[in-house]
Design a protein around this ligand. Structure first.
Ligand SMILES: CC(C)(COP(=O)(O)OP(=O)(O)OC[C@H]1O[C@@H](n2cnc3c(N)ncnc32)[C@H](O)[C@@H]1OP(=O)(O)O)[C@@H](O)C(=O)NCCC(=O)NCCS
Length: 167
């Protein structure tokens, strides 16, 4: 699998960064930490993550069962990083996620995904902009990410947000 590595130096991000985004009055944007106690949260997250991973170009077409996700992925990748899991919902339906894990002074970007019904409306850009502003405010120095070379959509989202390729 050929992945491209990107970074964004957060010291270059201006103070008003998040405010530059388009507004989405019909969507609710929240963190996983805001809903961590809700009984439906693990399943809602699983469905979003599963679809996003299966839709990621270069992925092998398989994904864990819900039980395996709960056993091996939910806690380490999401629950333990609940403050930096940025989500959007349209009514009751969760429609987008942009995931970051804090590792010392840097944020490692994980999955960003938007349900097909809501793509090409700037939602990934908006959620990731919020992530960038929030990580900067939390004192992180940079964000890093890896993207499959064939994932033109995600490469475009990141490049338009200022990420530069480093490998
Ligand atoms: C990648 C993904 C998250 C983008 O979400 P999105 O909300 O549709 O992205 P945006 O609307 O913010 O797109 C911003 C820009 O990126 C580019 N872009 C987005 N999708 C694109 C596509 N399918 N093809 C080409 N360019 C694309 C465009 O330049 C777009 O701006 P425009 O619509 O004004 O032309 C979404 O396609 C997705 O969920 N894909 C499956 C999961 C995945 O691959 N995730 C990344 C792995 S981490």
């Amino acid at each position: 699998m050929s992945e491209w590595r990107y970074e964004l130096n957060l010291s270059q991000v201006p103070d008003d960064w998040a405010g530059r985004n388009r507004r989405y009055p019909h969507l609710r944007m929240f963190r996983l930490a805001d809903v961590i106690q809700e009984p439906d949260t693990p399943l809602q997250l699983y469905e979003l993550v599963r679809e996003g991973v299966l839709h990621t170009p270069g992925h092998d077409g398989t994904f864990e069962t819900y039980d395996t996700f709960l056993d091996r992925i939910y806690e380490t990748s999401y629950f333990n990083h609940a403050q930096t899991q940025y989500l959007a919902a349209d009514g009751e339906d969760w429609i987008a996620l942009s995931s970051v894990q804090v590792q010392e002074e840097e944020g490692v970007c994980g999955l960003t995904t938007v349900r097909p019904s809501h793509r090409r409306q700037g939602i990934a850009t908006a959620l990731k902009s919020w992530a960038i502003a929030d990580c900067r405010n939390r004192g992180m120095a940079r964000l890093v990410t890896r993207i499959h070379e064939k994932n033109v959509a995600m490469r475009m989202v990141n490049e338009r947000l200022g990420f530069r390729r480093i490998g």
